[in-house]
Design a protein. Structure first.
Lengths: 317, 304
């Protein structure tokens, strides 16, 4: 009796094996978490190390020259940097109104909820289509379809430098359009989430003092959700700058600089996809230099996105 | 003392604000239609055009070298198995790392400086362009021949895909575990469970469905990626026949689409469409499956 009660109520000391498992498990998950930091740092370190030769040889001249000549060993990434920035910003200009507009349409009670849900799911499924499939579609279906329209623009507005060459197939404009298709889901789904998080009270208060639907949207709902929307737009910008396959297949891959949106061009990622496989010697280190520039650009955009979400976000209780 | 306005209280559709409201509503409706259009167009072209080239030969045969035979290009069999094998390799690496990292963030250090840094780092890693992952693996694994002297290999391809999967898995694990109520943790400690037992027996099972959603979404993204495979796994026209073949070039659906789309031969282009059909059908099913699993869990986002 006595013996039984002590064994029932005595404090149980943890066996060493249990403690070991606990400590071991903690160390394992810490190691797993550290992997992220290790991989991130080593990506930077490796790309920087491999590009060292070109950085010391060309310095900042690399950014402003559009020479790309493996024979004379002259390399410059101006065309690719310009192409990367131009295509991503131009696609953003088209995709932001479309994406935010769609997000407003599916968060307002304009049409029945199940139709809105279907539209939301369809736009998000667009993100599931691999970029190489979109590239295939762009090459065989989209580009032949839009070429006549681009030709009309060329004939009417050919005196403007941006439209000054005849569209002959692959070029910057189709690349911009396919980028729009790729970043639309990101902008739409993030904007939708942030619009949904705006408390109902704000909307009701606006309606209560006589604001119309669109006054409410412009003066109350969008300002309240602006941090999320901006974050989503910046994430989309980062994505557009790093996007490789669809752009490589449709942009024409030419290192000759042209102001025209209808002429073949290059982006940094397209240049890597195209040349990295066959490159050797100083071309590799020049490509790595270009990769480093791409990494820094996307890093800046991503860090800025995270900062702005933190900075601008209002907390509603 | 007369506060009532002379204006009528009935709805007047010709008022500027009402006309403006209508116009803006129509505009966003139009935007929504434009946004949905690409999906419908891409999916219908891939399903109809790609589906028409699908038959048993296409699914099983090995692809012929371009230009050899103008009428038939063989099939996409090795590419299907290659994509599958590399996705499995990527999952074997990224699931433990991702789930482990997520457990650390949610269970051990919710707001410590190291955890903040890891969260930030995993967001940054998620934004690293996929081609950079390929270049990185090329530099550290392929060009150094560190994997038993092999250069381009399916394993290197799988590793580069895992870099893309880890951030998504960490993030969803972290968020899923945070949704598990703290009462359950206290109850587990109260009955004397160690932290290890609490995590493996209580919180991980409670968050299981949300974590699987994240894993499936990450897998669906990785399986469709091309850029990281171009310099790591390269491409191969042959089936793998032994374990050693993992250390040699390996074909994949996405690289096959890229290579064959740019060939001037009709037969190769058709194979690219057929491969797109398989890839899109599998990825869309994975996506829909993951959404469905996400609604099952007790503490999933959609229910709380």
């Amino acid at each position: 009796m006595d013996k039984a009660s002590t064994s029932k109520f005595s404090l149980r000391t943890r066996p060493t094996s249990e403690k070991l498992v606990d400590v071991g498990f903690k160390n394992i998950v810490v190691a797993m978490a550290s992997m992220v930091a290790i991989v991130l740092f080593s990506i930077f370190a490796v790309v920087y190390y491999e590009s060292n030769e070109s950085i010391s040889r060309y310095g900042l001249r690399f950014l402003f020259s559009s020479a790309w000549n493996p024979v004379t060993d002259e390399y410059g990434a101006f065309t690719a940097i310009y192409g990367t920035l131009f295509t991503s910003i131009a696609s953003l200009l088209i995709a932001v109104p479309l994406g935010v507009g769609t997000a407003i349409f599916i968060t307002e009670n304009i049409i029945p909820e199940y139709i809105r849900n279907i539209i939301g799911i369809m736009v998000e499924l667009l993100a599931a289509i691999p970029s190489v499939v979109l590239g295939l579609w762009a090459v065989f279906i989209m580009e032949p379809f839009i070429r006549p329209f681009l030709n009309i623009i060329y004939e009417l507005f050919g005196f403007i430098p941006f439209f000054s060459t005849q569209p002959l197939g692959a070029g910057m404009m189709p690349a911009i359009l396919i980028l729009v298709v790729m970043i639309l889901p990101i902008i739409t789904s993030i904007s939708k989430d942030s619009l949904n998080q705006v408390p109902l009270k704000l909307r009701q208060a606006a309606y209560g003092i006589g604001a119309s639907r669109w006054t409410t949207i412009f003066k109350v709902i969008i300002p309240a959700a602006i941090s999320g929307i901006t974050g989503g737009v910046l994430l989309a910008l980062g994505r557009a700058m790093g996007e490789t396959m669809a752009v490589t297949m449709i942009i024409g891959n030419s290192n000759n600089f042209s102001w025209s949106m209808f002429a073949p061009s290059y982006t940094i990622s397209a240049m890597l996809a195209n040349q990295f496989g066959e490159a050797d010697g100083s071309q590799v280190s020049s490509l790595m230099y270009a990769a480093l520039i791409l990494m820094i650009l996307t890093l800046l955009v991503n860090v800025f996105a995270q900062w702005i979400v933190k900075r601008l976000s209002l907390k509603y209780q | 003392m007369n506060y009532t306005s002379q204006k009528s209280l009935t709805y007047n559709p010709s008022l500027t604000r009402n006309v403006g409201n209508k116009a803006l509503t129509l505009a966003v409706a139009l935007f929504a239609i434009i946004s949905v259009l690409p999906l419908i167009l891409v999916i219908s072209y891939v399903l109809i055009k790609g589906g028409s080239y699908i038959n048993l030969d296409t699914l099983i045969l090995e692809p012929e070298p371009p230009g050899d035979d103008l009428l038939s290009a063989g099939g996409i069999g090795p590419a299907i198995t290659g994509t599958f094998i590399m996705s499995v390799i990527a999952s074997i690496i990224s699931i433990p790392v991702g789930v482990g990292g997520g457990i650390y963030l949610a269970e051990y250090s919710k707001s410590g400086n190291f955890a903040k840094f890891i969260r930030f780092g995993s967001n940054v890693l998620a934004g690293v362009p996929s081609i950079i992952a390929g270049v990185f693996i090329y530099a550290i694994i392929v060009s150094t021949k560190i994997l038993f002297g092999s250069m381009f290999s399916g394993i290197a391809g799988g590793i580069s895909l895992s870099i893309l999967m880890v951030p998504t898995i960490i993030k969803t694990t972290d968020e899923a575990l945070k949704l598990v109520p703290n009462d359950m943790r206290r109850a587990a400690f109260g009955v004397g469970a160690s932290k290890f037992l609490m995590i493996t027996n209580i919180t991980l099972p409670a968050a299981f469905s949300s974590i699987s959603t994240g894993v499936l979404l990450a897998l669906a993204r990785a399986a469709g990626e091309t850029a990281p495979l171009m310099f790591t796994a390269l491409f191969s026209r042959y089936y793998i026949t032994s374990f050693d073949d993992l250390f040699y070039e390996m074909g994949s659906l996405s690289v096959l689409i890229y290579n064959f789309a740019l060939e001037p031969y009709e037969a190769q282009n058709q194979l690219a469409w057929a491969a797109s059909f398989i890839l899109v059908v599998v990825l869309l099913s994975l996506n829909i499956l993951s959404r469905w699993i996400g609604t099952l869990g007790a503490f999933s986002k959609n229910k709380v």
